[in-house]
Design a protein around this ligand. Structure first.
Ligand SMILES: [Zn+2]
Length: 262
């Protein structure tokens, strides 16, 4: 019998989005990414994206922020390193050229340390305008993550946001389904996981566990562990942002909603 020479198209390689698909992201390169979160997620077998910036206290306060060597180790452990820009400036205040230069700076630092050039982006302070999205498109990012607003009410100490529906939102404006902080509780995490069904994905945006310099986005380790236990007990599929490429082809995504904020 002649073997059929069948080439899979990209569409056929995509997997259906399972219920309970959860993306974990951690912003700003808090020291706990390396000392606590990475090892704990390895224990659970979960993926995650760490969004790195050389802004905030990264260059001056190495007690509170990871080093590039530690970022390299997170990469070696299988985690994704995403781009959070050189200075953590609000992207809606920058020209396209300025933002591109700040993105390329992080790319270069990654290359120097044997880390792949990031293929995903997190908006610093969730600020975004048309030029930012043009810059990300031009640079070829596949996925970029925003915060909860404007469709959910912004709270400075965290809160709930929309689930990501690839048929609705643009892949470069993926919402956060939850931004834990003092205003975020276990029932909010349960709610986020409940949204992850029927083709929708829960995307969680953490900062430090704990966030020593930014208490308004802090998550205490003991609470974080109850979250991770819950994801495990619910048999969630817990991945990095880049892993969405297994389920969503960003070049063919029908989701076109772009929201500028603030
Ligand atoms: Zn940030």
């Amino acid at each position: 019998m002649q073997k059929e020479n069948h080439t899979l198209s990209q569409d056929e390689e995509l997997q259906p989005i399972p219920d309970g698909l959860v993306v974990l992201t951690f912003d700003d390169g808090n020291k706990s990414d390396y000392t606590y979160v990475g090892p704990l997620l390895k224990y659970y077998g979960f993926g995650a994206t760490f969004f790195i910036t050389e802004g905030l206290g990264f260059l001056d306060n190495k007690d509170h922020y990871v080093t590039w060597e530690e970022i390299r180790e997170l990469h070696d452990e299988g985690f994704e390193i995403g781009n959070h820009t050189r200075y953590h400036k609000h992207a809606n205040t920058q020209s396209k050229e300025e933002l591109l230069a700040d993105l390329i700076h992080i790319d270069e630092r990654c290359k120097e340390h044997g880390i792949p050039v990031p293929e995903t982006f997190g908006y610093p302070a969730d600020c975004r305008g048309p030029e930012a999205i043009e810059a990300l498109t031009e640079k070829g990012y596949r996925f970029a993550r925003r915060g909860i607003g404007p469709d959910f009410p912004f709270h400075p100490e965290g809160g709930r946001g929309p689930a990501y529906d690839p048929n609705v939102q643009h892949p470069l404006v993926i919402p956060s389904t939850g931004v834990p902080g003092p205003n975020y509780k276990f029932e909010d995490l349960v709610w986020a996981v409940e949204q992850a069904k029927d083709g929708k994905i829960a995307v969680l945006t953490f900062h430090g566990v704990p966030a020593l310099e930014h208490p308004w986005v802090d998550t205490p380790p003991e609470l974080f562990e109850t979250y991770m236990d819950y994801l495990r007990d619910k048999n969630c599929t817990v991945v990095a942002l880049r892993d969405l490429a297994n389920y969503v082809d960003p070049t063919k995504s029908t989701g076109r909603d772009i929201t500028y904020w603030p």
